[in-house]
Design a protein around this ligand. Structure first.
Ligand code: UDP
Length: 248
């Protein structure tokens, strides 16, 4: 289905996990995108992002706005499939099926801490490597002589089956788009702030907020600077109502 011209797949968590694990292939890397309303708005402004989403292996609805939007365009999605939950399920699958994982992104140390937490939770998990997300290069926030090549070489040399990229959207999507075919990984997924949460450095909204679809409000209260980004939400809602399923 499409919401404001952006592809969203009709999958629930079980279906998403099945599709992803059946398609891990280093010769044809499986890319997972987890858009929310903000990304749908962005994809209407940036053609490259729209194309990337269109060509992804799977596009799961991470964001209550999309579930509500899908009802307005009369193609109701079953449920929200949050990136962090899908990532943890994939890591669990990796631990049970001898697949290795690489965590890229977050502040220095966070990816390592997240890896330790996941190894505790899933004994036997093979973490091929980790790297923070503040190296210099065109895909991250840091300016200066590019360190991107050495990060790419590190990932390639460690031969992970799955790479989770946590730079926030759409930076992580552009990074995956640029390197998916050279890394040799079978699955790549952008996971936003998930490493912050898994490492224990940022608290996820309590379950009650998650269940009510109010996780965004909790995050806004904790990180008020997000108000600038949340500006995309009313634009999204209005456009879905006015234009239904046509692109903006
Ligand atoms: N980040 C990064 N490199 C950058 C910019 C951001 O590694 O150049 C990390 C940041 O530390 C955080 C994540 O990317 O862990 C972005 O999280 P956010 O919650 O903003 O992403 P969202 O889930 O909203 O896309």
């Amino acid at each position: 289905m499409r919401i404001l011209g952006v592809r969203i797949d009709h999958v629930d968590m079980k279906g998403a996990l099945k599709k992803a694990t059946e398609n891990i292939d280093p010769l044809k890397p499986f890319v997972i995108v987890t858009p929310n309303s903000e990304i749908v708005v962005k994809a209407n402004q940036e053609k490259e992002l729209l194309k990337f989403i269109e060509n992804a292996g799977m596009v799961v609805p991470d964001g209550i706005g999309l579930v509500i939007g899908s009802k307005l365009v009369k193609q109701p999605l079953k449920e929200r499939v949050t990136g962090i939950d899908l990532m943890v399920e994939l890591v669990k699958y990796a631990s049970l099926n001898k697949k290795s994982v690489y965590f890229l992104g977050g502040k220095p140390g966070f990816a390592d801490q997240a890896a330790d937490k996941l190894k505790e939770q899933f004994p036997g998990l093979e973490v091929a490597g980790t790297h923070h997300g503040y190296f210099k290069g065109i895909h991250t926030g840091a300016k200066g002589h590019s360190e991107e090549v050495s990060v790419i070489e590190d990932i390639k040399s460690k031969k992970p089956d799955m790479v989770f990229v946590a730079f926030g959207a759409p930076k992580q999507e552009y990074f995956i788009d640029a390197y998916k075919d050279v890394l040799g990984a079978g699955l790549l997924m952008g996971v936003g702030g998930s490493l912050d949460v898994i490492s224990g450095n940022v608290k996820r909204a309590p379950q009650i907020y998650q269940k009510m679809g109010m996780e965004w409000a909790y995050r806004l209260a904790k990180e008020p600077w997000r108000i600038k980004r949340a500006g995309a939400l009313p634009i999204f809602a209005l456009n879905v109502l006015i234009k239904k399923d046509r692109p903006m």
